[in-house]
Write a protein that binds this ligand. Sequence first.
Ligand SMILES: Nc1ncnc2c1ncn2[C@@H]1O[C@H](COP(=O)(O)OP(=O)(O)OP(=O)(O)O)[C@@H](O)[C@H]1O
Ligand SMILES: [Mg+2]
Length: 308
Amino acid sequence: MADASLNAAAAPFGSIDALVQGLADCGYLADRRLATAVYLALRLQRPLLLEGEPGVGKTELAKALAAALRRELLRLQCYDGLEQREALYEWNYAAQLLHMRAAKARGSVEDIEAEVHQPRYLIRRPLLQALQAPPPGAVLLIDEVDRADEPFEAFLLEYLGEYQVSIPELGTVRAAVPPVTILTSNRTRELHDAVKRRCLYHWLDYPARERELAIVRARVPDAGAALSAQVADFVQRLRGQPFANAFQRAPGIAESVEWARALVALDTVSLDPEVVVDTAGILFKQRDDVAALNAQLATELLAPADGA
Ligand SMILES: Nc1ncnc2c1ncn2[C@@H]1O[C@H](COP(=O)(O)OP(=O)(O)OP(=O)(O)O)[C@@H](O)[C@H]1O
Ligand SMILES: [Mg+2]
């Protein structure tokens, strides 16, 4: 019933479970809702917009997905002032100039435009590379799109909606194989509705305790079961109410993993308030947050769940 191209795009993963497994094999532990969003993005060939706090695994998902699909990962890091020529293409002016000089010297300049706008003078940037990637196609990560400005968002619309771009000198470039496209945003600003409408959307939340523990275990096997569980519990409590409001920025999964690594490096067997305070700079990157994680708070958070 479904058309062949839809099946082909999702071919390696016939089900959401298979996708979860495929990502896990590449070191990424996704929960069911995220896996469903990714699965649908593959099946429907739609870009996926991932929003979430820093360090919750947005960028890593694109990397793991590319590995799981065995596709090349192309990455466009966005920033304020990002221009089309860095995202799509630019002409190699120096080479064009040399070409023209040589052609003039030979006295054989006929059609200047055609001479200098040959594909070999085109410098392909990630978007164009993604559109022209040979089968099985590429994964394009448009990372931190909220950092780019609105004109850039507007420029993305044609790509996101139709997997094509218009290059004045060459015409329209259309993808032979639609690139699997992941956009990420930290929500430093709201994206335009037109961008959102062209994408499937998933808010990537902090992980549940069990998933966070599994990630720490997988990423830092040296940490051992007991210490990893303490790390997961502690970070979960840090993020919980009412403490979450007291911090400017709660730790993400990245910080949990890094913290476990640091504790192993310090030969820590079990968490105590002292080591928590001494290593607070790994969980928090704001001076006030580091200061807020004092011995008293650490003691409270390390206490058994019933507060006894
Ligand atoms: N689901 C996951 N499975 C395994 N590891 C994960 C997962 N989520 C996050 N991580 C770990 O957390 C680290 C940081 O994740 P990542 O860089 O993708 O975060 P991010 O959401 O892109 O953050 P930022 O918004 O700051 O760019 C990864 O390198 C990885 O070690
Ligand atoms: Mg990221």
